[in-house]
Design a binder for this molecule. Structure first.
Ligand code: SAM
Length: 286
């Protein structure tokens, strides 16, 4: 097996292929055996598991996943790396490589048979939009997400109301799953070293969340509207975004026991759900 946790070896492998790494694709590869093992351990892989990996890079994490899981499907945007991956993963007959932009990937087509664990060191520029998509539209496809992301993104996922990190990402992720930061990752374990620190987040999606929001797409719209103008009061953001009069909003606030002059960023997930349910019911479904 080609050992990829050696920065010198990785540098020469890339040089041999004439590959200059691209920052826009977040091409910082994990070269630390211990962190690779910790990611795999966090995913609690079983021999029956199907794994989807986004951005296999040169295959360092892919190798570890392939050793534990039944099958690994890895989606990589960079055609140059596909050639490298064919070599570094040559010993594994349970890895399927797909050359595609993850933003265009057909999640349902790949998850329809059985639920899948998504395990990845995510490219930083697409991590947040992917989490929105997975948790809003496709969470029934996945049994677990174990993903390395920028530390700041990890903190935004687990944030509590009131802080500057709390926003739509926290509300959506915490509504749709159980979220935790599994561990932090220093810059030193990558080749080349990124400018920022990372963390591994673990999200266990919940297909039927315990919060009654009335209707889910309405709830998502409401959350997005509130955080698109986070300095404004609930009164103003909801009035601007949804077809309710201020009187109706005041009545809903009274029933919910929520002061509508509060800013949305102070609302818990439960309070967002309550307002969503009351407004949705009142609208008769808008
Ligand atoms: N998994 C490898 C590791 O841990 O060493 C590489 C992770 S590196 C942070 C991110 C990888 O995602 C790169 O290989 C990059 O080319 C790929 N990538 C970037 N944007 C992508 C996208 N939109 N779709 C699929 N792959 C992408």
């Amino acid at each position: 097996m080609v050992k990829l946790s050696n920065p010198g070896y990785v540098a020469s492998l890339l040089a041999q292929q004439g590959i200059r790494l691209k920052k826009k694709w977040g091409q910082n590869f994990l070269v630390d055996e211990n962190i690779l093992q910790k990611i795999v351990h966090t995913a609690k892989l079983e021999p029956t598991d199907s794994v989807l990996e986004i951005g296999p890079g040169i295959g360092s994490l892919t190798q570890k996943l392939a050793e534990k899981a039944k099958v690994v499907t890895a989606v990589e945007i960079d055609a140059r790396l596909l050639l490298v991956l064919q070599a570094t993963l040559a010993d594994y007959d349970n890895v399927f490589l797909i050359h595609q932009d993850a933003m265009d990937f057909d999640w349902r087509a790949h998850c329809s048979q059985n639920s899948v664990k998504l395990v990845a060191n995510l490219p930083y520029n697409v991590a947040t939009p992917l989490f929105y998509r997975w948790l809003k539209e496709y969470r029934d496809c996945f049994s677990l997400f174990v993903c390395m992301v920028q530390k700041e993104v990890a903190q935004r996922i687990v944030a509590h109301p009131g802080g500057k990190e709390y926003g739509a990402l926290a509300v959506i992720c915490q509504y749709a799953g159980r979220c935790e930061i599994a561990f932090n990752v220093p810059r030193t374990v990558f080749f080349p070293r990124p400018d920022v620190s990372s963390a591994v987040v673990k999200i266990t999606p919940v297909v039927n969340p315990s919060y009654d929001v009335g209707e889910e797409s309405f709830f998502f719209r409401l959350v997005d509207a509130v955080f698109s103008q986070r300095r404004k009061t609930l009164f103003n953001t909801l009035h601007a975004a949804l077809p309710f009069s201020k009187e109706e909003l005041a009545e809903v606030g009274d029933v919910a026991g929520i002061d509508m002059s509060r800013r949305g960023e102070t609302l818990s997930v439960e309070e967002f759900a309550l307002i969503s349910r009351l407004l949705y019911t009142r609208s008769g479904g808008v």
